[in-house]
Design a protein around this ligand. Structure first.
Ligand code: NDP
Length: 242
């Protein structure tokens, strides 16, 4: 069976991506860090639409946890193949740089950037030997434009964008594609502390996006039809920044 691993699949954009990729016939590996209840909800929703899902909790920022969990999964699923990886799990810890604490910098870099390296490297070998793979990295408008108060987050997401473009060229000969999706403001737990009424006045389409809209784009990039798109960063931001 072909599987898709979605990091941070318990809530928000990741949950919508799990549901979308399940519709394409992939078994879904729902990663999360602590919110088991939300992850179980995602699993139930997938099963209700006829799909197959497993929970695979680990901290994406913990290299040892990434390696041991994925190695165990592969050993117990010798005939299965993780064909799609969506590096989605992410956190914000906003502060002006002058006030930013060391751990606010390093936690955001480890969770949003280092995770891309550790998880992707672990899954690449199988993708290269199977001569198929889809790697989709959820970045941000913040990584393209830079946003004040987010030097940590902007730097992490910009780092993933650079990694996306470099890796795409390394693995293209084996039909593995690597792309990034850069959302603007999307209605999830991550943005619930923001002043939506003020912010939406800056967005040409006049509203926050929905997780399902991001998931539809990820679903397309994961599909066979998207096999000639690689190394791209595709914005989905209601016209906020192009
Ligand atoms: P949410 O805060 O709604 O969900 C975050 C998800 O990531 C949860 O599933 C959470 O798991 C998981 N997670 C967080 N830290 C870890 C970790 N260390 N290890 C494993 N899983 C972890 O976020 P969104 O859905 O809004 O964001 C998803 C991605 O999209 C992020 O990369 C974010 O940066 C990006 N993005 C979001 C935008 C937005 O406006 N919402 C805009 C641009 C980019 P648990 O449930 O266990 O806590």
């Amino acid at each position: 069976m072909k599987y898709a691993l979605v990091t941070g699949g318990s809530r928000g954009i990741g949950k919508a991506v799990c549901l979308e990729l399940s519709k394409q016939g992939y078994g879904i590996l729902i990663n999360y860090i602590s919110n088991r209840h939300a992850a179980e909800d995602t699993k139930t929703s997938i099963e209700q639409q006829g799909g197959i899902a497993e929970l695979i909790p680990f901290d994406v920022a913990d290299n040892n946890a990434v390696d041991s969990t994925l190695t165990t999964w592969m050993e117990t699923h010798p005939d299965d193949f993780i064909a799609v990886l969506v590096n989605n799990a992410g956190i914000r810890k906003d502060a002006l740089m002058i006030f930013m604490q060391n751990e606010e910098w390093s936690n955001v870099i480890r969770t949003n950037l280092d995770s891309f390296f550790h998880i992707t490297r672990r899954l690449l070998k199988d993708m290269l030997s199977n001569r198929f793979g889809r790697i989709i990295n959820i970045v941000s408008l913040s990584g393209l434009k830079g946003l004040p108060g987010q030097t940590n987050y902007s730097a992490a997401k910009a780092g993933v964008i650079g990694g996306t473009k470099a890796l795409a060229q390394e693995v293209a000969p084996r039909k593995v594609t690597v792309n990034a999706v850069a959302p603007g403001f999307i209605d999830t737990d991550m943005t619930k502390d923001m002043d939506e009424n003020t912010l939406k006045k800056m967005i040409p389409l006049g509203r926050f996006g929905k997780p399902e809209e991001v998931a539809a784009l990820v679903g397309f990039l994961a599909s066979e039809q998207a096999g000639y798109i690689t190394g791209e960063v595709i914005s989905i931001n209601g016209g906020l920044y192009t």
